[in-house]
Design a protein around this ligand. Structure first.
Ligand code: ADP
Length: 236
């Protein structure tokens, strides 16, 4: 079912493994606006056999964030595409205060009149660990499995394609520790409650009006996540 209203930009924030990508795909179906995942854009970049590709690959393998200037530039290019005119879902961006400030400036400069909604998805650490270390992907069709909670019928192989499943290079416990460290140090401040910032029309890159800030910090844990998230987004 496609929603009739125009949603505007939706920012999905949350720790690694919190389900931003999964939730984004649900919102895409409903609102028919594109999902823009900086993780996916960077995964495409790291496949390139160029100095930039190699740099991105190394940072991601270690679980570190990629430079703000590169990520901002990638997002800027993507937002020029005409499919973003009625809104878009930013999945995993902004992830630092520098990215948030950049986005804020951009949203202010191109005031579309559409509200900006920022949603933080919060999930307990042990669950994140199980989700991430258990995650396996089909390299052919992209289906995501979890060896603990959603295993394929035949261990190690995609139900649909029969292809051998792969694990993301940064889905190890070691890389996750670094991803969580980066999240706590750099991303958590972006989604802290509004009272930390001067919360006017625009606020730390999220461009959220006060009532919309109530969405931030909401607790939605999967499997209830979609309901909570959809209610949050639909009620704006
Ligand atoms: P997760 O949220 O589970 O870490 P993502 O696919 O969103 O997964 O991100 C994977 C990796 O891509 C991150 O660990 C980081 O190296 C890089 N990355 C993604 N988004 C950003 C961003 N906005 N800024 C900097 N690096 C990013």
């Amino acid at each position: 079912m496609a929603a009739k209203a125009i949603p505007g930009p939706i920012l999905l924030l949350g720790a690694p493994g919190s389900g931003k990508g999964t939730q984004a795909k649900e919102l895409v179906k409903i609102w028919e606006i594109p999902q823009i995942s900086t993780g996916d854009l960077l995964r495409a970049t790291k496949e390139q056999d160029t100095p930039l590709g190699r740099m991105v690959k190394e940072a991601m393998r270690r679980g570190e964030l990629v430079s703000d200037s590169l990520v901002n530039q990638m997002v800027a290019v993507r937002l020029e595409q005409p499919d973003t005119v009625n809104g878009y879902i930013l999945d995993g961006f902004p992830r630092t205060l520098v990215q948030a400030a950049w986005l804020d400036e951009r949203l202010t400069a191109r005031e579309s009149g559409l509200p900006v909604i920022a949603v933080s998805i919060q999930v307990d650490y042990n669950q994140l660990l199980r989700r991430i270390t258990g995650r396996r992907n089909c390299p052919v069709c992209g289906t995501i499995y979890n060896i603990y909670s959603q295993p394929p019928q035949r261990s190690g192989f995609c139900d649909l394609e029969g292809a051998a499943l792969v694990q993301r290079a940064d889905d190890t416990e070691k890389a996750l520790a670094e991803r969580m460290r980066a999240y706590e140090a750099l991303t958590a401040p972006v989604i802290e409650p509004a009272d930390r910032y001067d919360c006017g029309r625009h606020c730390c890159g999220c461009s959220a009006i006060e009532s919309e800030w109530s969405v931030i910090g909401g607790q939605w844990s999967v499997p209830g996540a979609s309901d909570g998230l959809l209610a949050a987004v639909t009620d704006h």
